[in-house]
Design a protein around this ligand. Sequence first.
Ligand code: FEO
Ligand code: CA
Ligand code: CA
Ligand code: CA
Length: 503
Amino acid sequence: DSLMRMKPRKKGFKFHPIAPTDKDDLVLPKGYQYEVIASYGDVINKKGDTFGFNNDFTMYFPIDKSSEHGLLWVNHEYTNPLYVEGEKVNGKYTPAQIEKMLYNQGGSIIEVKVKNGKWMLDTNSAYARRVTGLTPFALTGPAKGTAAVNGATSAQGTFANCSGGRTPWNTVLSCEENYEDTSKAANLDQTHYGWVIEVDPFDPNFKVRKHTALGRFNHENASVGISNDGRVVVYMGDDKKDACVYKFVSKGKYAAAKGKDNSKLLEEGTLYAADLANGKWLPLTIEAVREKAAGKADLLEKFKTQGDVVVNAHDAAILLGATPTDRPEDVEISPLDGTVFIAHTNNDKHGNIHGHITRFFEKDEDHGAESFEFEIFAAGGRQSGFSAPDNLTFDSNANLWTVTDISSSKLNSGAWTSFGNNGMFMIPTIGRDKGEAFQFASAPKEAELTGPSFTPNEKTLFLSVQHPGEETEDKANPTSTWPQVRGGNTPRPSVVAITGFKF
Ligand code: FEO
Ligand code: CA
Ligand code: CA
Ligand code: CA
C-alpha cells in the first residue's frame, strides 16, 4: 500500500516471461491461470443490477483482512454502441439509449470469494451495487456552488471512469477521464464532469462525492500518500497530449482515528502542477493566476475565483509555467522509497510513439515537498519490449507492473508489429534487473489490460480485460471471441482473477 515504506521481503515473483503474441486469449506464463469473475451484463446482486461495460481500474478491498474474500471496485469507462446502446436514431440517441449508456458507465462493487479453490462472484452479496451515470453526487471543495459550475452543489452521475486509487481511510477514488462524449450525448453540463470521485465500497450511506479541490481535467488516476508532516497528498495524471502532472496537498492532517471523516481533507488544500524544467511544484492559486494574467482582460474574466482555477486547471497550470508532457496516465508511489512513477503513454505530436515511465524524486523524500528531481526510468520501444505504458501498480518487492495500451487500430502493424497484442510487464525498480521489462501477460485481440490489483498476500492478481474485439464492425463476425462465456462468440469486457504466483 502506498502508505508503507518497506524493505523487499521476498526474492520476487518467479515466472518465465512470455513472448509477444497476437493470440486471441489472455496468455500467461506456464503455471499461471485465470478465471473470468465478471463480464459485461452479468447480474451482480439480488436486486438484479448488472455489471457495466468496458471494465477498467479494479481495486481489491479485503473483508476481515482476507486475501480470499473481499469486494472489488471496478470502473466502467465507456460504452460501445455495437454492444450497449445501439446506433443513433435519426442522428440522435433516444432517452432509453442515453439511460443505457449512463447505466453501463461508472463503477461496480462486487463481492468475490474463493470457494472450492476457485474465485467466484457472490451474487447474494449484501454489498454489491452499482454507481452509475444516473447516481446523484455531491460536489465538494472550492468550485461547489460557484458560477464556475453554474451554481451546482450536486451533479448527476459519474462516467468515463478510467483509473483510480485507494485512500488511507479505505474508500476508493475513481477518475473521470474522457467525459466529453457522454456528457454531450446525454446533454449534461460539462462542468460537472472531469473530477475525482470518492465512494465507500462498504457503505451505501456514504454520500458519493466529487472533490473539486483536486482539479477538473481528463483524470487518469489518483495515487495517495502522506507528507512528512501528516497531510494527505494525491498525485494525478491528465491523459491528454501536452498535459501536466498534478498533486493535491491537503490543508489538514490525516488522523487514522477519524476514519471516513478524513474524506474532508480532500475538500481543502493546494493543487500543484509540475514544472519539470525547474523541478518545482507550482501552486495553482487564484492569486498566482491573476498575477500572471495581469493586463489580459480575457484571462482576468476567465479566472475570478478558485472555483474557476480548479474548473480550468490545465489552462491555469500552463499559464503558470507548468510543463506540458506526453500524456501522463497512471502515477504510482513506490512502497520502497516513496519515489513517484508516471506512465507517459505516448505523444505522436512529438514522435514519442512508444512512451516512457518517468520517476520523480521529491525533495527530502517528502510528498509535501515543493521541489523535486526526475529521470526517465524506462523507455518503451523494441529494446524494452513494451509500448504505450498505461496503468501501474507495485508489489511489495518494489517491482513495478505496467499494462500497455497500444491503440487497437495500430496493434500488430507498422512500428508496433514486434509487440504483438497489448500486455502486462513486470519491471524491477531495484537490484540487478532494475529497469528491465519482463512480459507476464498478453491480452486477447484488440483488448487492453487495465487496473491491475493484487490481494494482500499477492497470490491473486485481479485484472480487467477491456474492449476485446474493439474494431468489430459486424457483430456476426467479431474480431475477438474472448472470453467465450454464456455460450456465445460475443467479445465481452471481463474482470479475471489470475492465480499461480510463486515466490
Ligand atoms: Fe482511459 Fe488514459 O486511459
Ligand atoms: Ca487508462
Ligand atoms: Ca491509455
Ligand atoms: Ca484506453
